[in-house]
Write a protein that binds this ligand. Sequence first.
Ligand code: LLP
Length: 401
Amino acid sequence: MDFKELANKYKTPLYVYDLDYMATQYQELKEAFKGRKSILAYAVKANSNLSVIKHFAQLGAGADCVSIGEVRRALLAGVAPYKIIFSGVGKSDDEIREAIESDILYINVESEAELGRVELIAKELDKPSRISIRVNPNIDPKTHPYISTGLHDNKFGVDIESAKRMYIRSKNSSYLEPVGIHFHIGSQLTELDPIREAAEIVADMIRSLEVLDIELKFFDIGGGLGIKYDDETTIKPYDYAQAILGCLTALDITIICEPGRFLTANAGYFLTKVLYEKKNGEKRFVVVDGAMNDLLRPSLYKAYHKIDVITDSESEKSKADIVGPVCESGDFLAKDCELPILEHNDLVVVNSAGAYGFTMASNYNTRGRVAEVAIKDGEDRLIRKRETFEDIIANEKEFLD
Ligand code: LLP
C-alpha cells in the first residue's frame, strides 16, 4: 500500500482500510464453522462505515448492533433484517419499538426489567418479538478489565438462574418468542479455555431448557476473537470453532458469531503527519497532526499499536512519545517508540487501527473527524469525507442569538 501517495491525495490524518484483507478474515472464520449452519453477524461497533458494512453484507454477513443507529446503518448498507441482532444493556422504548417493527432476527435481552419493556411494547404493537437472552456465565476472560464483559462484576447479561426464569416467562407470553441464547465474555480474547468454559455452561443451559420444552434455534457466542497488535499468541479460528462445536454435541442449533476486531483491526491504518519534534529536558516528543480524538485506544486502554514511519531520515534512533495536538497529557499514540529524528511532513503509520478507531472518534477540541478511504482490488476510494468546521457547528449555529 502506498501510504505516501494516499496521504498526499487525501491529506492527513486519515484512516485507510484494506477491504480485501477484511474479506479474507471473514472467509477464514466462516470456513472454520463449516459443517454447521452459521451466521457471522459483524459487530458494527468495531467499524461502522456504511461501505465497510456493505462489504460484509455482500459476503453474506449479518450485523450485531448496539443501538438503533447501528441497526439503521446495517439496514441501509444492505444487511438482511433476518440477520440483524440488537444487543445492549440499555435500550430505549423507541429503539425497542423500531427493532420489533424492522423485523430483525432477535432482540438480545440483558435484564428482567428489559424483558418486561420488550413484552409491553410488542403487545402495544400487537407483534410478538423474537428474543434471545444474554447470559453472564461469570467467567474471567483474561483480557483488559475495560473490555471484559462476562463476570458478574460487569454490567452485561443476566446470571443463569435469572435467565431460566426469563425463558419460562417468555414461553408463557404471547408476545415473546425465545429463539436464541447469547454470551460474550470479553474482547481481544487470546485464551481459548474461558470461551470453552462459557460455551459449556451455556450449552448445558440449552439442554435444561429443552426439558422444559423451550427449543432454541440460535447459539450466539458473541465476538471477542483477539488479534495480533504486537507479539500476542492468538486463537486460530479453526481451534475456536472446534472448541465451540465440541460443546454442542447432539444439539441442532445454528451458530451466531459476532466478530468485530478480528475482521477489521488489522485491515486498518491510521496515517498521520509529523508537525515537528520537541524536547522537554531529556524527554523527546514527536508531535503529529493526529490525536486521541481520532484514535482513542492508546489513551483509554494504554493500548499498543505498532508504529511505522516513512521518512528519509537516516539518523540514529532514540526513544520518543508520539503525541497529538489535543490539550491533554493523555493525548498520545505511542510511548517510548524507537525512532530516527523525523522531519516536518514525514509520515507515521499507526497499525491495527481498523477496529474501534474511527468509531470511537470525537470532535474534542473542535477537531473534525478525519476522512476514511477503502482499498479494494488495488483501487482506493473515499468512503467518508473529512468533517469541516461547518459540519461540526451545524447543530448549534441556528441557536446563536
Ligand atoms: N458482541 C458483543 C455483544 C460485544 O459487546 C462486542 C464488543 C462484540 C460482539 C465484538 O467484539 P470483538 O469481536 O470486536 O472483540 N473499544 C474496545 C472494544 C470494546 C468491545 C465491546 N464489545 C477496544 O477498543 O478494544
